[in-house]
Write a protein that binds this ligand. Structure first.
Ligand SMILES: [Zn+2]
Length: 233
């Protein structure tokens, strides 16, 4: 094996492990955000249910006040009947009482209907409250778990980065520079040859080159993508 290959492969292994952890680390805050969004949705559902129940209650109270007024008016007009002298006025007031009674019975019906709708709305609020509480508990658990995950990941990452630093210092400066350049431009710098081809870009090697790369006794780079080639056995 050519000098530096095993160190280079170990460095690449560490870099890949670091990249994986960093990607995971980037995903976790997004996952936490998704949890927040779910909770916000549950809260919005609860608020909406409460607003609807309030609205129905308001409407019912307004109708109840209207009904009270109509009842008082009816009583007043009934009392007036005894003081009326003319037939015309008497029948006019009777008509007004009749119309007030009609109004009252219509209001009573509407109030009953609003009471029923209010019951349904109250049940929806209870259900939404349960839903919200469940979402909140789940959110708390999952959030704690994700935050724990993130903390563990950062620890692991720190250990890997330390190891990476040590490993990089073991490499020959020129080789490290070449690796760093390739890693930047190609993502993966060192690739195994597979079935006579570069494992990075897929180009076929000449049989001569392939035979030589297989020996792993000196460094070869791909003529097409410049990646460092080796034979994995
Ligand atoms: Zn290549």
């Amino acid at each position: 094996m050519w000098n530096g290959l095993d160190k280079l492969l170990e460095l690449q292994r560490l870099d890949q492990a670091i990249a994986r952890l960093e990607a995971e680390g980037r995903a976790i805050p997004q996952e936490i955000q998704a949890l927040e969004a779910r909770l916000t949705e549950a809260r919005a559902g609860l608020d909406q249910a409460k607003a609807k129940a309030d609205q129905i209650q308001k409407e019912r109270r307004a109708k109840e006040r209207e009904l009270d007024e109509a009842t008082i008016n009816t009583k007043k007009k009934q009392a007036r009947l005894f003081e009326i002298k003319t037939n015309e006025e008497y029948s006019a007031v009777l008509k007004e009482i009749e119309s007030l009674k009609e109004k009252s019975s219509k209001l009573e019906e509407e109030i009953l209907n609003l009471l029923e709708r209010g019951d349904v709305a109250a049940k929806t609020v209870t259900d939404a409250e349960k839903g919200f509480k469940a979402a909140e508990a789940l959110h708390q658990n999952e959030r704690t778990e994700k935050e724990g995950q993130l903390a563990r990941l950062r620890q692991e990452l720190a250990i890997l980065q330390e190891a990476r630093k040590g490993q990089a210092s073991r490499l020959d400066t020129d080789l490290l520079r070449q690796y760093t350049r390739l890693r930047k431009s190609r993502g993966v710098a060192v690739v195994a040859v597979k079935d006579g081809s570069c494992g990075g870009c897929g180009i076929s090697l000449t049989p001569q080159t392939y035979t030589e790369v297989r020996r792993n006794d000196r460094m070869f780079t791909c003529s097409s993508c410049n990646r460092i080639l080796y034979f994995a056995g």
